[in-house]
Design a protein around this ligand. Structure first.
Ligand code: ZN
Ligand code: ZN
Length: 209
């Protein structure tokens, strides 16, 4: 069974614990530290937030950030170079985080996602099969939640900074349905999101194209 994330253009802009892309992040409390890029020191861009399927240690919300101040120059594809960051938060007492001044921080178009389970051999076949059956562009498929990654290049499983074990795959993301809402994964690329269940709230992303 493959769990596809399907574009849902109707999305509420208030604080939310649901998967959605663009807009402002939702985080607990009022002391959220907006991530900055290790290379250019600028504020990263908020890509979107992912509500994971239930994990051994809870149901975290992952906030995805990536530097877009100098696209291509900040190693933003790499899981460890500091050009992107995944922040794992609890889905409690969420409020919208206001972006800091300076840098390319917000993608103005907000869209949600619904989960659709498809019986298929792998993600790639599931994506195409669903689009054909629904008679829509495959770009309406935003990615997959859980399951197995479909690598564009070779396998690159990140290692947890806390326990040094390989992390667990949680999602694969497409750039998005159209150019206005698309995330920049190098032009037709996919991002791969991982987390570790060691209890230290570690999560990483990387992308390939
Ligand atoms: Zn940067
Ligand atoms: Zn770990």
């Amino acid at each position: 069974m493959i769990s596809l994330l399907i574009n849902n253009s109707n999305s509420d802009s208030s604080a939310s614990c649901e998967t959605r892309f663009g807009g402002k992040p939702s985080a607990p409390g009022h002391n959220f530290a907006w991530p900055t890029c290790k290379t250019c020191n600028g504020n990263m861009q908020f890509l979107g937030q992912l509500r994971l399927k239930k994990q051994d240690d809870g149901e975290p919300l992952l906030l995805l950030f990536m530097c877009q101040n100098d696209p291509g120059l900040c190693d933003e594809w790499d899981a460890n170079a500091g050009g992107n960051k995944v922040v794992s938060v609890d889905c409690q007492s969420l409020s919208l985080v206001e972006p800091p001044n300076g840098g390319d921080t917000i993608r103005p178009i907000l869209h949600g996602a619904i989960l659709v389970d498809v019986e298929s051999e792998n993600y790639d076949t599931a994506r195409v099969d669903w689009a054909v059956a629904a008679d829509v562009n495959p770009q309406e498929v935003l990615g997959q939640l859980a399951g197995q990654p479909s690598w564009i290049q070779g396998e690159e499983v990140p290692v947890c900074d806390s326990c040094n074990n390989p992390m667990s795959f949680v999602a694969q993301l497409e750039q998005g349905p159209d150019w206005e809402t698309a995330m920049n994964f190098g032009g037709g690329g996919c991002a791969y999101v991982y987390r570790c269940s060691c209890g230290k709230h570690q999560a990483k992303m990387l992308w390939q194209c």
